[in-house]
Design a protein around this ligand. Sequence first.
Ligand code: ATP
Length: 323
Amino acid sequence: RSWPTRQNSKHLSHILDSLKRSSVLSEWDIPYEELEIQDLIGAGRFGRVFKGKWHGDVAIKVFNIETDNDLQLASFKTEVSMFRKTRHENLVLFMGACMKLPHLAIVTSLCKGKTLYDTVRDRRETLNMSRIVNIATQIAQGMGYLHAREILHKDLKSKNIFLENGKVVITDFGLFSVTKLIQYGERKDDTLAIPPGWLPYLAPEVITSLRATSQYTDSDLPFSQASDVYAFGTVWYELLVGDLPFKTQPAESIIWQVGKGLRQSPSNVQSRDAKDILMQCWKTQPDKRPQFSDLTQTLDRLPRKRLTRSPSTPLHLSRSAES
Ligand code: ATP
C-alpha cells in the first residue's frame, strides 16, 4: 500500500474544504420557488432589488450573472459564505441566498426607513450634532465589526446606509466587485463607466488605480480597511454638510484633485474636532488613517455642544493633512 504523496494530500484537503463549504452553504440555500417576489424597489449596478415575502417581509437582490460564467458563480458563493459571518445590529440581516442557476439572489431583511443619503438632504429633517455623532458612531461600530471579521465593505456610501427609528443599518457590504462596474453602462473595450456619485467615496490609492479598460477583476483595485475608512470620511462630510464633496465637478477633475492630495474642506463647520476627524479619514497615506475602533472612541469624546452643522455646501479645498 502506498502512502499519500504531498500532492495527493493537498488535493484531498482541497476536496474536503470544498465539501465542507458546500455543506455550510446549503444551510443558507433558499429554494427560489419559496420566495414571493413583489414590487421592484430599485435597480443597481449588478441587478435588481425587490420587496418580497419569505417568512415575513424581505428584500431580494436578484443578480444578473451570466449563466456560463463559472468565475462569477464562484465569487457569488464566496460572498454568500462570508455573509453568514455577519451578525451585528448595525448590519442588514442576511437570511439566505438562492444559489442555483439561473436564479441567483440574496435575501436580507427589508429596511423600512430612509437612506442616509435622503435623510441628510431632507430639509425637514433636523440633524443636530448629537444625532450626527450618534449616527456616525453606529456606522463606525458596524464597520469595526466587519473589519474584525476581515470583511471589507468596498462600497460604503450614504445610499447603502438606512436609518430605522434612529438605528443605523448598513447594507451591500462585500458585494462590490469590479464586475459591477463593468456592468454599469455598456461594455466597451478601453472605457471605464463611472457610476454617478461614486468617486467622492474612493480613496486616492483606489482612484489612481482606475484604468480605462473593461478587463478589470476585483483584485485590480486596492480596496482595504483604510479605503473603507476614507469612504466613512465622505459619509461624515455628508452628515456635517448635507451634500457630497466635489458635488458639481466632472469625474476627470475629481480624479486629478484627489490624486494631487486636494480635499474639500467643510469651511462652514466651526468645530476643529469635527474637521480633524475628516482630515484623519481622508489622509493620503492609507496607513495614517485611523481604524474604526479609534474612530468610535474619538466620536465618543467629541464635545457635542460646540459643534454646528453647516446648511450650505462649502467650496474650499484643503491639502490632505500630511501632503
Ligand atoms: P449601486 O449598485 O451603485 O450600489 P444602489 O445602491 O442604488 O446602487 P442596489 O444596492 O442594487 O443599488 O439597491 C437598489 C435599491 O434597493 C436602492 O434604492 C436601495 O435603497 C434599495 N435596497 C437595497 N437593499 C435594501 C434592503 N435591504 N431593504 C430595502 N431597500 C433596499
